[in-house]
Design a protein around this ligand. Structure first.
Ligand code: SF4
Length: 467
């Protein structure tokens, strides 16, 4: 595939070198009982400074404070620090006491696996406490000096992510040139997606590629991996060859057919689950989650009921059921977004139209199983990447898709690149623009270990990239 001209220019931006930072001395003191959220705010604002000693005496220098995670998992993500001269990137957790790490279950939680620093506000007497991940790796500890911060708690909390060094460059560039850079990044992302889809198709066939890619898009954003693995464990061919058992297989392998779910369900749900159990028992020994197959881990934290993975699995099942129609609609030569939207509106299920999860009571009105946002994900991640290389009209259609409402990562990227930009809304309101932001964020912000100091983006953007 030949990349289009703007996309071909995007890789010119990609060049990195990130030197380690310098170190200095910390101090320690006793703690009062603090409010953890307020201390997190002060940490993120930099009130404690950047240089510390770990509890075993190693120097730590914070290079990048990362972003403040208000959801599940460690408090601060994508942080960069120098520990005893070695640069590390990962998460930082702040707890009142060393023992809270275990009390809160972090030591068994894979979400905390990339923690590179455990901050503590105080230390109750009674021996040494070690911080370790679920893989039994030791996490360095720093005891914060609560007497050291400047400022007071009355200040408003800092934003979840800080503006980047490129911010001023983008402001000076003007709208048209900034859009040109975004377009180059978005096209580059689409073409990489297309190449990835084509690779999967070459190995597993076009139908299985589409099935996996659609499962991935249905999992967006918190459950992409388990839904993709589900589509890999239960290939499309197997499900199509067992139409009466497909729902039972999908829900059983997902781990949603437990006796506990049945016991706590209402009568409608029990009736529906019973039909699945009647088929699932024949497959259970071969397909049940557990050894040697690792169970699928669903991320339910902060997931709205309408986005619950059980509902997404139900949608995947409906798509399997209507695969011949969907397959025809996804043919590149005859593809029509309108026709796909019409098809999505016809997807109905007597149970899932009214239920968000197996636990929730029925809603008064039916809800679309493949709604606008989900369909946009499929268009952006499956349909348009496959169409784009040969289809210029597809790029224009792709440009019309609205941005999803709740994308935390693009919000962070937008804050770093365009915070306070007079055209911020116009630069981020479309899905393609958010895809571009994600590409830049992943290629530059996540690869930068210097708190923007040596990131090449500002200079690259200021250079005459486009005529
Ligand atoms: S790391 Fe680079 S691209 Fe990201 S905000 Fe900083 S200067 Fe901008």
């Amino acid at each position: 595939m030949n990349p289009s001209p703007p996309a071909a220019r995007y890789p010119d931006f990609l060049a990195h070198h990130f030197p380690p930072a310098a170190l200095a001395e910390p101090s320690c003191a006793n703690s009062p009982e603090p409010d953890e959220l307020a201390w997190q705010s002060r940490w993120f604002a930099g009130d404690f400074g950047r240089n510390f000693l770990t509890t075993d005496g190693k120097p730590v220098a914070l290079i990048d404070f990362g972003w403040w995670n208000h959801g599940a998992g460690p408090d601060f993500r994508d942080c960069v620090l120098s520990l005893d001269g070695e640069t590390k990137r990962g998460s930082i957790e702040l707890d009142r006491d060393a023992r809270d790490w275990d009390h809160h279950g972090h030591s068994a939680n894979p979400a905390y696996r990339d923690t590179i620093l455990h901050l503590q506000l105080g230390h109750r007497s009674g021996g040494d406490w070690f911080t370790r991940t679920d893989q039994h790796l030791l996490v360095p500890q720093v005891r914060l000096d609560l007497a050291s911060p400047t400022g007071d708690f009355q200040n408003p909390p800092p934003a979840a992510a800080r503006p980047g060094r490129c911010l001023h460059v983008f402001r000076q560039l003007g709208f048209a040139k900034t859009i040109a850079i975004l377009e180059a990044a978005a096209r580059y992302r689409l073409e990489r997606k297309a190449a990835r889809l084509q690779r999967t198709a070459a190995i597993h066939g076009r139908d299985q590629m589409l099935f996996q890619a659609i499962a991935d898009a249905l999992g967006y954003s918190r459950n992409r991996l388990p839904l993709t693995v589900l589509a890999q464990r239960l290939p499309l061919k197997l499900l199509i060859n067992r139409p009466d058992d497909a729902a039972a297989l999908l829900f059983g392998v997902s781990g949603f057919l437990s006796g506990q779910t049945f016991d706590h369900a209402d009568r409608d749900t029990q009736r529906w689950l019973r039909t699945l159990w009647d088929q699932w028992w024949r497959y259970r020994d071969a397909y049940a989650p557990g050894l040697p197959r690792l169970p699928l881990h669903w991320n339910l934290t902060g997931t709205r009921p309408l986005n619950h993975p059980q509902r997404r699995v139900a949608t995947l099942h409906l798509l399997v059921k209507h695969w011949p129609t969907l397959r025809r609609l996804l043919q590149p030569d005859t593809f029509s977004e309108k026709a796909l939207r019409r098809f999505a509106a016809t997807l109905r299920h007597p149970y899932w139209d009214l239920h968000c999860t197996l636990q929730s009571p029925p809603s008064a009105k039916p809800r679309a199983l493949l709604g606008k946002n989900r369909l946009n994900e499929i268009l952006a991640n499956v349909c348009y990447p496959l169409l784009l290389p040969n289809h210029d009209a597809a790029w224009n259609a792709f440009r019309q898709l609205p941005a999803p409402i709740d994308n935390e990562k693009t919000r962070r990227a937008s804050l770093r690149l365009f915070s306070g930009h007079p055209d911020q809304a116009r630069l981020t309101s479309k899905l393609w623009q958010q895809q571009a932001l994600l590409q830049i964020y992943e290629d530059f912000c996540l690869a930068d270990n210097s708190a923007c100091a040596t990131c090449p983006m500002p200079e690259q953007a200021a250079a005459p990239l486009l005529p």
